[in-house]
Design a protein around this ligand. Structure first.
Ligand code: MSP
Length: 515
């Protein structure tokens, strides 16, 4: 199983409020990558969840006049519902207030304490509650945290410190040699130059109530980050014992740039301290801006996943977010741009193509003509009026590009490959004019329509990780069972000719109504 496994994680999100589209973006991207790996036949596990401790949550609960546990129960449920509405295929949803997680955090911290990697000290410095991170003067812009536009608070308290500094060289080496990959390259360089400045020991505990109590000193609770990081293993039902579960380590840990530094340093150091294997790859995707501005409640430009779901449905939302910006880079979004893209790619693109092809098939059947592959399979002549000869070769190389892009997590590029297939088929239909072939009872008709529908099969399968419900509808319309298709295995379903010539072609409802 080891070689054929694929474990992917999203960050666990703070549940101090409702989910927003930044969270949805990471989660959808992880889901697409997980679904693609399941198509490849890998034993795949997708983990997401909620980060429920710390000062930020405690304050938000107090503002709502709620007990923190009731507050996180309510908000974490909202995240779960949103992921359901977005058809996220997560294999677990981990909550840091769950009993097993808390016990594993205690065992892990105890282990680090027993090894002398955690020691009693004093913390004296700046802390941004929004980030739940310690700040130095250098991190601030005009005295404010640049992510939250707030002045950090001054913290001076007895605490337990983690010997982060001792891990600097080993972490640096693992990143430099790509034993721990950080992608894209500019993020790797950023982390390396941060490491070059040296790593300081860091406080690992707070004197706040809402957290996991330290087993050796119950007057203190664990700093929210080590607590949170361990979700990546407790989410696999790990109970904090020595051996990690077989799914660990993660092949990919997905996140945005706001939290790569803490992952590449604190998280990796915890794993090294616990003598557990390191993740293979930390992948950093870009940040969304709305009309050029950071999304924020005070600016009033927050777009929620529900806003998108209401407008574009589950698959529409998945598609629009996944293709909104080059994956790995920052990007600007707006509702206007979403409308344009929805109409162009979904309503007029794949939706129209499928409707057009099915109605042609119906016309063909009404004229008493059947689907056929006969001359297509044997035709070696150069007089290839309908372009049949290049079909097989061309679709094969499209699958290769598609796979390469998804293996590299270039979601937008793999979508582009599918879009090219859609345009290609649209042009083919316009050029070949099958309605004239039907009218003239041309002997090539059955074959041309077969080519169109078989190409639709490939397009639906390529779209499956992105818009799974729509892909299922399209495959069902051409009499294929999506589950059975996947079970045939990648080598088989990506080959030309999977559509049966006696397939019953059913009309499907409009896939994407125009805006
Ligand atoms: N709880 C921590 C993570 C702990 S992981 C062990 C946290 N939570 S968060 O709710 O603030 O989520 C941060 C993550 O949400 C980002 O890394 C990114 O994945 C996603 N995004 C939040 N806003 C975003 C944008 N505007 N654009 C893109 N992704 C963003 O940090």
């Amino acid at each position: 199983m080891k070689n054929n496994k694929f474990y992917i994680t999203t960050p666990i999100y703070y549940v101090n409020g409702d989910p927003h589209i930044g969270h949805a973006y990471t989660t959808i991207a992880a889901d697409i990558i997980a679904r693609f790996n399941r198509m490849l036949g890998k034993d795949t596990f997708l983990l997401t969840g909620s980060d429920e401790h710390g000062e930020k949550i405690m304050q938000a609960a107090a503002i709502d006049n709620m007990d923190p546990q009731a507050f996180v129960d309510k908000n974490s449920a909202k995240f779960e519902i949103t992921w359901d509405n977005l058809n996220i295929s997560n294999d677990n949803f981990i909550r840091t207030t769950s009993k097993n997680h808390k016990l594993a955090v205690q065992k892990s911290l105890q282990k680090l304490f027993d090894k002398g990697l955690i020691y009693k000290g004093e913390h004296n410095g700046l802390y941004c509650i929004g980030c739940e991170q310690y700040k130095t003067e250098k991190d601030l812009v005009d005295g404010l945290c640049s992510d939250h536009q707030k002045k950090p608070i001054e913290v001076k308290e007895d605490c337990y410190m983690f010997k982060l500094s001792v891990f600097r060289n080993i972490i640096k080496n693992k990143i430099e040699t790509d034993e721990l990959q950080i992608k894209p390259e500019d993020k790797k360089n950023e982390v390396l130059s941060f490491l070059n400045e040296g790593l300081k020991d860091i406080s690992f505990s707070r004197k706040i109530k809402w957290g996991v109590e330290l087993p050796w000193d119950t007057t203190q609770t664990a700093y929210v980050w080590p607590d949170a990081f361990l979700n990546y293993i407790t989410g696999l039902d790990w109970n904090g014992e020595d051996k990690a579960p077989p799914m660990w380590p993660a092949e990919v840990q997905l996140m945005s740039k706001d939290i790569i530094r803490v992952h590449a340093t604190i998280w990796i150091a915890i794993l090294l301290g616990l003598e557990l294997p390191l993740p293979k790859k930390l992948f950093v995707h870009g940040f969304f801006l709305v009309n050029g501005q950071k999304m924020s409640k005070s600016v009033g430009n927050v777009i929620t996943p529900d806003d998108l779901l209401k407008n574009y449905g589950t698959d529409g939302t998945r598609y629009l977010l996944a293709s909104a910006t080059p994956f790995g880079h920052d990007g600007d979004i707006s509702m206007d741009k979403f409308d344009l893209k929805y109409n162009a790619d979904l309503a007029n693109g794949i939706g129209n193509l499928v409707a057009r092809s099915i109605s042609l098939t119906k016309k063909m059947k009404d004229a008493g003509i059947k689907l056929s592959t006969n001359s297509f399979a044997t035709n070696n002549s150069n007089q290839d009026t309908w372009g049949d000869q290049i079909f097989q070769h061309e679709i094969h190389s499209a699958w290769e590009d598609y796979k390469k892009n998804l293996d590299d997590l270039q979601l937008d590029l793999s979508i582009r490959v599918v879009q090219e297939q859609i345009s290609f088929l649209d042009n083919y239909i316009t050029t070949v004019k099958p309605w004239e072939l039907i009218r003239d009872n041309n002997p090539k008709t059955g074959e041309v329509i077969y080519n169109i529908l078989e190409r639709i099969r490939h397009i639906a399968l390529m779209m499956l990780p992105f818009i799974p419900e729509t892909a299922d509808k399209i495959l069902s319309a051409i009499s294929l069972d999506p589950e059975q298709e996947k079970q045939k295995g990648w080598e088989t379903f990506t080959k030309w000719g999977g559509l049966l010539t006696d397939a019953e072609i059913k009309e499907s409802a409009i896939l994407f109504p125009r805006k």
